[in-house]
Design a protein around this ligand. Structure first.
Ligand SMILES: [Zn+2]
Length: 326
C-alpha cells in the first residue's frame, strides 16, 4: 500500500484561516506524527505528488462557470465561510487556499491509481465531498472524488461498465458527490451522517444515496458502530454479487469525533480507529482496490486520529510497499 502526501496540502493566509474551525495544518501535523512513530520506514510507503491539478482537468467534473467563480474573491469567501476573504486580492487566496486544494485533488487521483496497482492507498488530504459540478460548498472547491472516477474511466484504467463503491463516513452528508453522480448508475453510494446538520435541506442529494444511514445528533460510538456493522457488509455484498466493482473510495472524515463542533457526534478516538479499520477490512476482504481520503475533521485532535488510523492500517495491510510512482 502507499501513503500519498505533499507538504503543499497545507494552507495558510496570514492567520485568517484561524477564522474557520478547520485546522489548515492538520495534514502536516498528521504527517509529522507518522514520521515520529514510524521513522525512516515511512519513506518506503510514501508517494509524492508531482503537481497541482489544472483547470483543464477539472472541466471533466466542473462547469466552466464554476471554475471562473473560483477566481473571484467574493465567491471564494462564501465557499470558505470566511467573509473577510472577500477583501483580499485573488492572488493571495489562490496561493494560500486554492493551490493547496489543487495539490490535494491531484493527490487523490494519484492515490486512486496506486490503489489500482497495490490494492490500498491513503491520501493524507482530499475528500472534498460537498463540491458540486457547478458550485463550491462547505469548504470544498474541487470534487477530487468525481475526478478520480472521470480520469480513471477516461484513460481506460477502469472499464466504463465497471462499478464504483463510494463509502462516506464524514459526519456531514456528502451532497456534492451525490450531485456529481446523479445520473451515474454505476457508482453506488453508502452514506452515514449526522441527520441534524448541514446539508439537511439537500433532498435531491439524499435521494441519490443507495444506502442511507442517518444517525442522530450526539450519536455515540456504540450505536454508530452497530449501525455501520449492520449496514456496510450487506451493501458491499449486494453490489459485488451483481457486478464487477473496479474501485472503492472511502471518505473517512474524522469530524465524527466527540467535541467536533461541526460534526456534532460523539465517537471516541478508539471508536474512530475501530471504524476505519472495519471499513478498510471490509473493502479489502472483498478484494476491492481501495483509496481512502481524509474529508473533514475540525478539532485539535483531528491530526492524531488520522495518524492513528493510518498507522494501524499500515500495520495490517502495509506489507506490500509502494511500487513505481505515476
Ligand atoms: Zn464533515
Amino acid at each position: 500500500m502507499s501513503i500519498v502526501y505533499s507538504s503543499h496540502y497545507n494552507m495558510g493566509l496570514f492567520g485568517l484561516e484561524k477564522l474557520h474551525p478547520f485546522d489548515t495544518k492538520k495534514f502536516a501535523r498528521a504527517w509529522s506524527l507518522l514520521e515520529q512513530e514510524l521513522g525512516a520506514t515511512l519513506a518506503g510507503w510514501h508517494v509524492e505528488v508531482d503537481r497541482p491539478i489544472t483547470d483543464e482537468e477539472m472541466l471533466a467534473v466542473h462547469t466552466a462557470d464554476h471554475l471562473l467563480r473560483m477566481r473571484d474573491s467574493h465567491a471564494l469567501a462564501k465557499a470558505f465561510e470566511i467573509p473577510a476573504v472577500s477583501l483580499l486580492p485573488f492572488s493571495l487566496i489562490d496561493s494560500g487556499f486554492l493551490h493547496p486544494m489543487r495539490w490535494a485533488t491531484r493527490g487523490s487521483v494519484i492515490a486512486a491509481r496506486q490503489a489500482l496497482r497495490q490494492g490500498l492507498s491513503i491520501n493524507l488530504g482530499g475528500g472534498f465531498h460537498h463540491a458540486k459540478p457547478d458550485r463550491a460548498e462547505g469548504f470544498c472547491l474541487f470534487s477530487d472524488i468525481a475526478l478520480i472516477v472521470a480520469q480513471l474511466r477516461a484513460d481506460g484504467s477502469i472499464q466504463l461498465e465497471s462499478r464504483i463503491a463510494y463509502v462516506d463516513l464524514d459526519a456531514h452528508q456528502g451532497n456534492g458527490v451525490c450531485h456529481q453522480f446523479l445520473q451515474d448508475a454505476r457508482t453506488f453510494i453508502f452514506d452515514m451522517y449526522n441527520e441534524a446538520i448541514y446539508p439537511t435541506s439537500d433532498l435531491v442529494a439524499q435521494d441519490r444515496i443507495d444506502c442511507r444511514v442517518p444517525v442522530p445528533i450526539g450519536c455515540e460510538g456504540e450505536y454508530y458502530l452497530e449501525q455501520l456493522k449492520a449496514r456496510l457488509p450487506a451493501f458491499l455484498d449486494s453490489i459485488t454479487r451483481s457486478g464487477d466493482v473496479a474501485l472503492a473510495i472511502y471518505t473517512a472524515g474524522t469530524d465524527v469525533f466527540a467535541g467536533d463542533d461541526l460534526g456534532m457526534l460523539a465517537l471516541s478516538a478508539a471508536d474512530v480507529l475501530e471504524r476505519d479499520q472495519f471499513v478498510v477490512d471490509q473493502l479489502r476482504q472483498r478484494q476491492l482496490p481501495t483509496v481512502m481520503l481524509l474529508g473533514g475533521g475540525y478539532t485539535s485532535e483531528s491530526h492524531r486520529l488520522i495518524a492513528t488510523s493510518t498507522k494501524a492500517i499500515l500495520q495490517r495491510h502495509g506489507r506490500q510497499r509502494r511500487s513505481s510512482q505515476e
